[in-house]
Write a protein that binds this ligand. Structure first.
Ligand code: C5P
Length: 210
């Protein structure tokens, strides 16, 4: 049962990498950010406060998984709320088992704490990052393509705010696992990132089967 854990900053390319690795190795794929986004969105919908731990935990406990394909989860506002609900211990605990169960059958998961907390025994771990300006450019282009009216400066400042919150929170902060392979994607194309990850994964999996 192969588990590949991918952590990293927002818009670093970890989702694209995760999907491609899953297809390549015939594994299921879970974008765990969607779980936090779904909770952030549910809190918004209820008119509750994402910074209130009890409000956020109530929404996390009510999550069924059916909410994850809603395109509204891609919006910038939902993303900011996702990082606010993600600081609460009760929210993270409520989402823990869902992620563990998903990984149990062999999978690729991407997020912020996959290699450190959710799947510390993953076969292969990656930490993906790129410069903030470059990630903001990618994200801005994407949001514009969804028809969102947002400036590059707003995207950059939201991204910096979110990175800061994710890296400095007490519970499961974003950081590379000690045994993660670092991939810096600022000047790498999607194919190069994928090829690098496949080379590393193949080498590790070959060692495990010998
Ligand atoms: O990856 P994505 O940008 O969709 O994640 C949205 C937010 O959810 C992140 O900024 C982070 O605060 C939170 N998150 C998390 N742990 C994960 C995945 C996402 O805390 N494993």
């Amino acid at each position: 049962m192969t588990v590949i854990a991918i952590d990293g900053t927002f818009a670093s390319g970890k989702g694209t990498l995760g999907k491609r690795l899953a297809a390549h190795y015939g594994l299921a794929y879970l974008d765990t950010g969607k779980l936090y986004r779904a909770v952030g969105y549910a809190v918004m919908q209820a008119g509750d406060d994402p910074e209130n731990a009890a409000h956020a935990a109530k929404a996390a406990k009510a999550l069924t998984g059916a909410e994850l394909d809603d395109p509204i989860l891609k919006s910038g506002e939902v993303a900011v709320n996702a990082s606010k609900v993600a600081v609460h211990t009760d929210v993270r605990q409520a989402l823990f088992q869902f992620q563990r169960d998903f990984a149990a059958k062999g999978a690729v998961l991407d997020g912020r704490d996959i290699g450190t907390v959710i799947c510390p025994d993953a076969d292969v771990k990656f930490y993906v990052d790129a410069k903030a300006e470059i990630r903001a450019q990618r994200r801005h282009k994407e949001l514009i393509s969804y028809g969102e009216d947002i400036t590059f400066e707003t995207v950059l400042s939201q991204l910096i705010e979110r990175d800061h919150r994710d890296k400095t929170r007490e519970e499961a902060p974003l950081k590379a696992a000690e045994d993660a392979h670092l991939i810096e994607t600022s000047v790498m194309g999607i194919d190069e990132v994928f090829d690098t990850a496949v080379r590393i994964t193949d080498a590790i999996l070959a060692l495990k089967t010998t």
